[in-house]
Design a protein around this ligand. Sequence first.
Ligand SMILES: [Zn+2]
Length: 396
Amino acid sequence: MTSTGPILRRGRRASSLVTSTVLAVGLLVAAGPASADEPTPTAPNPTGPTPTQPTPATAVQVVEPPVVTGTARYGSTLTSTTGRYEPGTAQVTRQWLRDGAPIRGATAATYRLVGADVGRRVAVRVVASADGLEQATTTTGPTTAVATAPLTVRTAPRIAGTRRYGQVLQASAGRWSSSGLTKRYQWYRDRTVIRGATQRRYAIAPADVGHRLRVRVTVSKAYHRTASATAVTAPVRHRRDARRTLTYSVRSDGSRGSLATFRRQAAQTLADARGWPGAGVRFREVRSGGDFTLVLARASRLTSYSTECSVLYSCRVGRNVIINEDRWVHTTRVWRSAKGSVRDYRHMVVNHEVGHFLGRGHLGCPGRGQAAPIMQQQSKGLHGCRVNPWPRRDEL
Ligand SMILES: [Zn+2]
């Protein structure tokens, strides 16, 4: 940006500039030809020569009209000249105008634009007077409509905290060109708005794992243009980094339902940040074999794996993790009366039986009203706990 003259700025927004063009209103009162009701100064005199006499001035004359310079924007200061007059000893008074009406007390060479000026046009009226002469009144052309002021970011917003599921991030709004701002926050998962995430703090959700979190800080203030700036994290990680990868295959043992649905939903459960990945285990499905086999079995097949298994429940025997199809489809009476959903039961039963494969034994309800441990036998009874399809933090 270059500067020409003291304040006149050639900014990006041409509309916010004051033009230096002026309108001289009423300045030709006396400078033109005499009006008809005055005696004609050049009346012929039959008795002598006709001298050429200058018309005597009856009013102050404007030699150079006043000018307003500066940026027509809230908070900016406009400057005006008073112009030059003949005679040079003429007394001048100045009045700033808002949409043509005098602004009370605004008679100095400079005028700082206030909230009431936003959207209005400002001008200066100068009255020049001298003894024995009519005064000359000149009004500058108005500015463009006074614009709101910009808000610019000086230090970008930042996100503090550990970017892992289970942690809470905190945004700082950054530093801006003005104080006393109203600040709003909106968090995004990659480019997608996270509904309801409008506070400075954000608790990382399971769905965030593998994605970048972003916060948009929007600042606003009266007579300023609302502005925003964004901060972004690196991809969010699991509670813990994977320490080992287990492979598994999926098969049916006499089941009648959709094995594709079983395969897909089990894979979702095993990949979910709320599940065993939080203990540092990663799962990868393979076509056959693998570290364990996930079986969707007809209920009557359960006892064929071990006499310890029951046709009523799911079971884990050696490398086989056997999900009872009756339970997969219908859940249990306990689960239904606790208003647990079918999808959550499926998460629970896969997590529980895979938990056995990981070497976990059964746990009891730790206290009335608490979330049941994933290794509690929730199919059989809750014992005061709430249904819970995921490992508790103390199980990871
Ligand atoms: Zn069990």
